[in-house]
Design a protein. Sequence first.
Length: 182
Amino acid sequence: MESLHPDVQKLLLSEDDIKRIVERLGDEISRDYAGKNPLIVAVLRGAFVFTADLIRSVTVPCAVDFMAVSSYGDGIKSSGVVRIVKDLDTKIEGRHVIIAEDILDSGLTLSYLIDLLRARHPASVEVATFAVKDIEGKTPAIEPRYVGTHVPNEFIVGYGLDFAERYRNLPYVGVLKPEAYA
Ligand code: IMP
Ligand code: MG
């Protein structure tokens, strides 16, 4: 059992849990995209860890590109303001696009991205999110096609997820202690 970072209150997903989740998503995508050569778009920075694992569990030919958007700044609350920091290098017209995201909270970030990519006339756009944050009485702005897991409405870090650019390197997912962001 790996020892937890001192700022982490509780382990949510171990490395083994994560491996199982990502393998299942890779299987689903490989089955659905046979013969389609999808472009997997990692939403930087958080999704790069998930995407690196995901593409290695996808068995159909696929390509990868990156987009960077900023919606949280360095804080912990969604501002609803999404800024494109880095755009795709790939032309997506006629392509099957899968947006890979680390965590879906309000869904505002993804809803904005989907609209933006749809305007470029891809053959399809779907979302694969590693986690969905369950918030009572609230439904996210979009419905992702591929969902790795659900997490409680707490601030989580690790496996690419950060607070103020820290903790992305933790190999597991855990709940951040409130003292760490107070
Ligand atoms: P949304 O637009 O509200 O869905 O916010 C999604 C983005 O906020 C994610 O891509 C993450 O970068 C960030 N985010 C949301 N919840 C958390 C969390 O619990 N930990 C770390 N980042 C989060
Ligand atoms: Mg993110």
